[in-house]
Design a protein around this ligand. Sequence first.
Ligand SMILES: Nc1nc2c(ncn2[C@@H]2O[C@H](COP(=O)(O)OP(=O)(O)OP(=O)(O)O)[C@@H](O)[C@H]2O)c(=O)[nH]1
Length: 638
Amino acid sequence: MHIPKVLLVNDEPSSPLALEGLLAPDADACGYELVTARSGNAALREVLRHDFAVILLDIGIPDMDSFDTAAAIRSHPRSAAVPVIFVSADAGEAHRLDAYERGAADYLCAPLEPQVVQAKVRTFVELTRKHLQLQAQAEESRRITAELRSQRLQDLELANRELELEVAERKQAEQRAHELSTRDPLTGLVNRRSLIQHLEHAVASCDRRRSQFALLFLDLDQFKQVNDGFGHDVGDELLRQVAARLSAAVRASDVVARLGGDEFVVLIEGRAPGENAARVARKIANAHARPFSIGGHRVHTSTSIGIAVYPQDGASARALMKNADLAMYRAKEEREHPGGQGRKGDSQGGKGDSQGGNIRFFHEEMNRREDEREQWTGELRHALSHDQLALVYQPQVDLASGRVRGVEAQLVWHHPRLGQIDAAAFVPAVQDRGLLERVDSWVMGAVCAQAAAWRGGAEPLSTARVALNLVAPALGPDLPARLLAEFRRHLLPAGAIVLEISEALLAAHHAAIEPLLRQLQAGGVLLALDDFGHAGTSLAACKKLGLDILKIDPAFVRNIGDASGGTDLVAAIVHLARALAMEVAAGGVDHAHQLAVLKTLGCDSWQGALFCAPRSAAELAQALPGLILTDLPEQHLT
Ligand SMILES: Nc1nc2c(ncn2[C@@H]2O[C@H](COP(=O)(O)OP(=O)(O)OP(=O)(O)O)[C@@H](O)[C@H]2O)c(=O)[nH]1
């Protein structure tokens, strides 16, 4: 704490007015400091240097008049408020009054009474101390106020920063929520919901401007196999890379969306959208021709693309999507069943084959076909539950012995309107895989039951193996279990049942099918490759899969003897099948000369109208004995 000072202006320490000796003991006791000046000028210098509690001014100081000194002290702002006590040997009233008028706080006359002087000085010292205390307190409260203000400012700044941060976070969260609601999380493309909005916007703007836009609907081919073969992560990465290639193939203004699974949509606005769409579709298909490199794997894929143009191919966003989807579906069918009857798209729809995919434009005809398909599907569902399905059997004859070696069961439908129709007439129109699998279950049950019934009867059916065909487009993973359950339920011996597998099914699902085939063979079911030569299956694949029987496509049999080398082709097939230790059977044998050639080539068995058209089980059992003895054209068999 600041120590109060007292200035003694006194020229002569030994004079009767000498103040030092008088105040020194009191200064020590009361805690103040004495400063002495021996002249008026010295006093002024001290005043400029220190703050004093009180000044005791001896009137008889040298070099300046005491009153002038007092006036000089009072005139300076630093010392104006310091009380000045005059000390004088002159106790005259006039002198005293003069001193008070010049601002003296007190006037002391000799002889000085020490206690009085000390008491007066102490009072001013005490006042100064109080004043200093108050000043210190005021200073402290100013400091606290300043600190509080600064603290408050800091708090405010902090609160402000926190608020700004919260606002930014909220904005980010809103942005994220917006992206989540409009973007597909896997690929970052526009999602289905957002695409619908883009479409509706495009519809409105085209209506206003009387313009057009095109929609490309894409679906990857055999994507499931990528998941099954390489794992879901590779499937995900393929989807991401496909998304990137799609985005790279279109302009920035075009919208690329992922609907889900392996389905994508591209929306193309601007001039000549139809032509543009075809060009973009080719570009996209070509972009799929290059393999994708994923985690050390080279993954091949292709895409089926359907194109619909607004407004001619659909009067609303929804209708356009449906029709582009339909066109895509046709493109896929065309790819999976090239030249397939009933599955081939309409010739007016327009199609394009690029290496990495198949492209089709929508045409109204497709809708008509779709309606037909729906009708077939509904009627087949009804047929299944109303006993309208049946099996007919065509014998398969051993070429060497002429005896019936087996029968092929064929599915027919006693249609209430159309009469009896073959499976080929309706199966391609039914897209409901689940329904087709239910039909297959029925076929498996009926064939096994019939085979078991014949087993208990007369030759040759009691030893004939019964072949069956499936209608579902793929062998489901549970198929072996379903077929073997029927097989065992009817106590059939190994080799009693032959499963005929189409080439198309084998080609499309080669990797996944192998363990299923092994399971069937292990359970005693023989396996035949149906209609060989139809879809270009390699014999190496047959060998790898260990198939038992190879059935030559009737189309090749029909060409036996023609000028284009049909016989040579059949000869080559028989030869190769022999080299692979497979049994060879021929289907669709309608003429005796075909049979003669097949025998010469070393074919094992045959079936066809030449011997017997497909018949119901009962009719066949009745007809067989006579057929074996009488109908074979022996002259052609030698
Ligand atoms: N990896 C991955 N697979 C998915 C995703 N969403 C759906 N899938 C799978 O994608 C497959 C799509 O089915 P489909 O289109 O019928 O399969 P596909 O093999 O391409 O058949 P086609 O289109 O007839 O050629 C199914 O196996 C789904 O499980 C996904 O986000 N990631």
